[in-house]
Design a protein around this ligand. Structure first.
Ligand SMILES: Cc1cc2nc3c(=O)[nH]c(=O)nc-3n(C[C@H](O)[C@H](O)[C@H](O)COP(=O)(O)OP(=O)(O)OC[C@H]3O[C@@H](n4cnc5c(N)ncnc54)[C@H](O)[C@@H]3O)c2cc1C
Length: 555
């Protein structure tokens, strides 16, 4: 939405106010939005709303003689909110002295005498000049979502992360650092303790919202359009998105349900360098955006953020239950659930997660780390990518690695990049044993795994990349999994050459099929999977072939 800059005129005489607004609209209405107010108090309230909507104000044209608040008194207050706005006073002859004084005291730009007829001679030339001058300095304000909060608030982090991962541009205003943020919180009449405050460009706001509330406000689809689909896919990582593109492009009515943001783990990767066809690599965000566009073009319904929490079978239907209790029924179901970061279980983590301690490369925090010391836990590729990414912002990055080197856990190209980056240090034989701080991370305790010695170092940011686990408990009793929770498929299901328990069909399970006919699993969540973007994409794509074969016998 691009709004026209505002011209605000204030006068307590309704007839004069109407006349001046009419003349302003006639001359400037095509380029400016002309607003009027019948008193200084009403005008100040209107200004607060404009500030909350981030709308620019080009000009105040204000009557000097108003009983409750004079024009100069109004301008003195208005200026604090809109210091760049041009200021003109409308005066009667008797007020000339006051107006001249105001040029010095309130820095008004001009005073005009009433009556201003004819406006072509006595109003427009002066205002043209002021508006031209204002336009020459004008930089359009940020026209999108603004999030006001505290850097160390886990809730603020959650909202920023949700917006960033869903590729929704937003402006972050830190309540501790930004005067503007403090003013906006005041205008919105909200308590600092109730942040984050999310402001939308239509002037509405949400206080302490959940990602679901923000999603509903900006029009993301979180509810299914139909009760039944040929194919439902749980998980919008590379595996799920590939399945969605192939399923929908081959005529299946397809819905994809994603808990956090399309892109999955890959969406959090700052640079994927081994995906075919992108010789200089591409960011996970870019890959996710392209895949979502492609899926939507083929008519896939993407519900996001929405979590699947339950499953039941009523042959021939597979029915999934969403977090809000609603259900979706389908003929074929793909589980593309991926894996989630393994939690670091040391003292202080419960308190400080989201307040200086983050799982994965929380890219939203990168700017805040500018010039600081950043610690990274982990020695695999994701940790290496994270270190490279944060080295662009942080003063220095220390990687804490439990083993004796990176060689056994990281690709050589990343080891080389890290070695060539002067502000990254790799500290081997090291593990974090405690995180310290009251409201935010202040220090971490690092233990040398060989000597057992522990040192405490000051730190504001710790990013954890210590492997991943599947979250598949909700499949209990229906879909067979291995002892670590990965879903069993195809030949992995056979027990001593026998078909899986309860399997009644006279064929073997297809390659990516689970112990329940018509339910498939692809990507990282699958037992024995190769944990790479390309392999998840490959499995998601070929899975659709098996679904066609399955459906041809069901329907
Ligand atoms: C930081 C990082 C960097 C990486 N870099 C590379 C790289 O350079 N090259 C490479 O090949 N691989 C890389 N990988 C690995 C790669 O990203 C994964 O192998 C790949 O994303 C797996 O895809 P997937 O679709 O199987 O699962 P995921 O990407 O994990 O996606 C699963 C999705 O399912 C959603 N989900 C889970 N449960 C539910 C539920 N109940 N309801 C709704 N939604 C649910 C999750 O929110 C998630 O979005 C990287 C991984 C990370 C974390």
């Amino acid at each position: 939405m691009t709004t026209k800059p505002v011209i605000l005129t204030v006068d307590d005489d309704p007839e004069v106010l109407q006349a001046v607004a009419r003349d302003l609209r006639r001359e400037y209405g095509d380029r400016f939005r002309v607003l009027r107010a019948e008193s200084g108090a009403v005008a100040l309230e209107a200004l607060q709303q404009l500030k909350l909507r981030n709308e620019p104000v080009a000009l105040f044209l204000v009557d000097q003689r108003m009983p409750q608040m004079s024009g100069v008194e109004f301008l003195e207050q208005a200026l604090q909110m809109f210091p760049e706005t041009k200021k003109a006073l409308l005066t009667a002859y008797a007020d000339t002295d006051a107006a001249i004084r105001a040029i010095n005291t309130t820095r008004i730009d001009y005073y005009l005498m009433k009556p201003w007829d004819p406006p072509e001679e006595r109003l427009y030339p002066v205002l043209d000049d002021l508006l031209d001058d204002w336009l020459s300095q004008f930089r359009p304000p940020f026209d999108g979502i603004r999030v006001i909060g505290n850097r160390w608030s886990p809730h603020s982090h959650e909202i920023k992360d949700f917006l960033a991962r869903n590729q929704l541009p937003y402006q972050w205003l830190d309540i501790e650092l930004s005067e503007e943020a403090q003013d906006l919180v005041k205008y919105a009449d909200c308590d600092k303790l109730n942040l984050p405050l999310v402001l939308f460009s239509d002037g509405s706001s949400l206080l302490k919202p959940s990602p679901l509330e923000v999603a509903a406000k900006i029009g993301l689809q979180t509810q299914a359009g139909k009760p039944f689909y040929d194919l439902a896919i749980v998980g919008g990582g590379p595996g799920g998105l590939a399945a969605a593109v192939y399923g929908a492009s081959e005529g299946l009515h397809t819905v994809l349900i994603e808990r956090e943001a399309p892109g999955g783990q890959a969406g959090t990767s700052s640079r994927i360098e081994n995906y075919l066809g992108f010789p200089v690599g591409l960011s996970g965000g870019d890959l996710a955006r392209r895949a979502v566009t492609q899926a939507r073009r083929f008519g896939v319904e993407i519900l996001n953020p929405q979590e699947v929490q339950g499953i039941r079978i009523e042959d021939p239907y597979r029915i999934i239950t969403l977090a809000d209790g609603s259900e979706i029924s389908c003929h074929a179901l793909i589980l593309a659930l991926g894996v989630s970061w393994r939690r670091l279980n040391v003292p202080g983590m419960d308190r400080l997660t989201g307040a200086g301690v983050y799982y994965g490369a929380a890219q939203t925090e990168a700017l805040a780390c500018q010039g600081e010391e950043v610690y990274i836990v982990g020695g695999a590729n994701s940790a290496g990518q994270g270190a490279m990414y944060f080295s662009r912002y942080a003063h220095h990055v220390t990687m804490l690695v439990r083993g004796e080197s990176l060689a056994s856990s990281m690709s050589q190209y990343l080891i080389d990049q890290i070695a060539e980056t002067p502000n990254i240090t790799v500290k081997v034989h090291s593990q974090v044993v405690e995180v310290k701080g009251e409201t935010n991370l202040e220090a971490i305790a690092i233990q040398n795994t060989q000597t057992g010695e522990t040192e405490v170092v000051p730190a504001n940011s710790l990013f954890i990349f210590i492997g991943a686990v599947p979250r598949t408990e909700w499949l209990d009793g229906i879909v067979a999994r291995d002892d670590r929770g990965f879903v069993l498929t195809g030949t992995d299901l056979s027990q001593n050459g026998h078909r899986p328990k309860g399997w009644t069909l006279d064929r073997e399970p297809f390659l990516l099929e689970t112990n329940v006919p018509g339910i498939f699993a692809v990507g990282d969540v699958r037992h024995g999977s190769i944990k790479r973007v390309a392999s998840s994409v490959g499995e998601g794509s070929i899975c659709v072939q098996f679904i066609h074969r399955y459906l041809s016998n069901v329907l």
